[in-house]
Write a protein that binds this ligand. Sequence first.
Ligand code: AP5
Length: 274
Amino acid sequence: MALKFAAGGALAGVAAYGLYSLNQPKKDQLKMIISGGPGSGKGTQCDLLVNKYGVKHISTGDALRHHVKTGTDLGREAKAYMERGDLVPDSLVIGICKAEMETKEAKQNGWLLDGMPRTKAQCDALDTMGLVPNLFLRLDVPNEVMMDRACGRRQDPVTRQIYHVKYKKPPTQEIEARLVIRSDDTVEKMTNRIKQYHKNTTAVSGSYSDKLVALDGNRAPTDVFPAVCAAVDSALRLEDCTESASKTARCGGPPLSAAQLSRLGTPRSLSAVA
Ligand code: AP5
């Protein structure tokens, strides 16, 4: 009898803990920034990451395009900058980011910030908001490859799926016929977007030097993704291990060293950034 009570009590305890832990924010949540020049493959990797890790994807570029399309005040202000391939004012993107971060989804599932921060002021704003990533991942791709990728990009307005005229062709002629080109995916605008990227990237990467993993993005998406996942898994293990020494046993080995990540994806030192 006593045994039965003990077993029943233990089961109730486990169930109660299960309910308790379901209601607690996950400690090992992914909080990640993905960076890289225009056309470096951020959006492509984000789709794969959302699928695998279930995080909330926050793309400032997508959000801005939505504002422009729906004709909001913010969209009207941002439009001219985007049309030139210039960065929009910091205050606009910071406001967008703040609103997205306050959603239940971002709080519960973790976040994947794509396309922000792009200036030192944006880094400082994230810091002030207490938004500290456990990983800052940068995709390094040569300028001419970024140009080729962006100028060949096409989007399906129905499904929002991204294609490429050479690297990812649409599956049917019907889809091909309805594809659209993003208005800033021209040689002239890409030249400015690439310039803006290089102007700011050293300062931005420098703000996250302790969380930075730079990967070679100049290979097929399916080759980039395993290296991205290795960096994510390592960052999550690192977060878990540093939270409390008592959890070290759960970590399943130490996080990957820079040298190990390097064999996966050619990280580069900050001094090598263009
Ligand atoms: P945003 O929308 O963020 O554009 P971006 O940074 O220029 O990046 P892209 O969306 O062009 O490229 P991507 O890296 O996501 O590449 P993708 O995976 O699609 O910003 C647009 C504008 O908004 C800015 O210019 C600025 O005005 C404004 N803005 C946004 N955020 C801002 C901020 N924080 N501050 C100020 N202003 C801001 O891939 C591209 C193509 O290549 C696709 O066709 C894809 O199929 C193909 N591809 C992808 N990976 C590979 C691969 N590995 N091999 C071959 N092809 C590939």
